[in-house]
Design a protein around this ligand. Sequence first.
Ligand SMILES: C[S@@+](CC[C@H](N)C(=O)[O-])C[C@H]1O[C@@H](n2cnc3c(N)ncnc32)[C@H](O)[C@@H]1O
Length: 234
Amino acid sequence: MILTILTLFPSTIEGYLRESILRIAQEKGLVRFRLVNFRDYSTDRHRTVDDRPFGGGPGMVLKPEPVFAAVEDAEAKDGPYRKVLLTPAGRRFDQALAREFSREERLLLLCGRYEGFDERIRLGLRWDEVSVGDYVLSGGEIAALAVAEATARLLPGALGDPESAEQESFTAGLLDFPQYTRPRVFRGMAVPEVLVSGDHEAVRRWREEAARRRTAERRPDLRPESDPKAGTGG
Ligand SMILES: C[S@@+](CC[C@H](N)C(=O)[O-])C[C@H]1O[C@@H](n2cnc3c(N)ncnc32)[C@H](O)[C@@H]1O
């Protein structure tokens, strides 16, 4: 997958891409990240990317020309992209959308800043408009990283153990079950006996039940699948 991020602040993203799962996914050749500063596509002397809003009001609005030029250049070089515009007005990002994005050959994320985008950016190019939640960030970079990481870790081979992605929260419409490691007793809190029983079927049942209970208590809006893989493999 080629994952291109259009941003005015590439240095805020660079360091994160060099660590952990995202670094490993790149080293394995599963994903190539490209950071594009769309300021490089402005054509005036001052490298302007924003301007005051028509009709008045506070702040600055991102101009269409540099964004169109950056997107068109990326598509001319790489081929058509699935294009994601990060905006609080978008569809809420979730695991299902991350999985959908992970099947794309090319994904482009556009990070806004200031008061957001000139409406013609939205109208003139075909976007998935995506929000990471009902709050307002100062820019799309953190949202882009959330989308990039949730997507890239689902690429086959990205996670050391493929079962990790199968078991974790939201995959089967369930939250994850509680996890324990050593020591067996910590400050009077003991690991549930079943987890140290060596009975794999009992562990699987306990985890499935715990995941269902937790989901019903905390996220009754989620729709669990009838046969989740909770707990297989121990
Ligand atoms: C300060 S925000 C603009 C907010 C805009 N005036 C509004 O009220 O919807 C600047 C940029 O941050 C990004 N952003 C902020 N919150 C976001 C969210 N919840 N999800 C995705 N992107 C977000 C978007 O790219 C947005 O264009």
